[in-house]
Unconditional design. Sequence first.
Length: 229
Amino acid sequence: MKILVACEESQAVTKELRKLGHEAYSCDVIDCSGGKPEWHIKQDVLPLLNGKCSFKTCDDKSHTINDKWDMIIAFPPCTYLTSAGTRHYSLKCNPIEKVEARKKKREEAVQFFLAFVNADCEKIAIENPVGYMNTHYRKPNQIIHPYYFGDNVKKRTCLWLKGLNELKATNMLPEPKPIYICQGEKCKGKKIGWCEGIKGIKGGQKERAKARSKTFPGIAKAMAEQWTS
């Protein structure tokens, strides 16, 4: 199968697809961190969505897709779509100009998300956390967690599917317990989940966001095996 994995710099899913013999390409506007530049397209993904296109991978080799993609798996940025950012739209927290600027960015993110929905492809999967698209577009086909697939992490992950079956759990672990951010009364019982383990990442918010967006190995393997079988 010829498969486009959109907005994936980690190449987690792309590498699992390649292991199975598929012609899969990751695509992002930044360099890949997965170590396989020969499978990575560094450009805006929108011109590629409907197939019938030519492009270069990061090893400077040219490739052509003569027809539609057989499958598109997309991980559009969630910065302006996740429910975790809801407070940024509140006038109680921010001045009106910041709220309006944020709304504009959210609308751009919505249109980008919908470009995958409307792509000319028979099999499409779109991944995002719980957020704005759950109500603005529609409810996802399913919500999964990494611990369903052998990674001991609780992180709600939505999947919107076209022409694909819902993922089946492959190695269900007990539901992970939340982690406390701090100790003592100051903490006030506040808990945090999987992202506690990436607090020490260097590079500021940008690098922490990149780390949070990476696909867990068990989910990547399940996507590759179950959606191409």
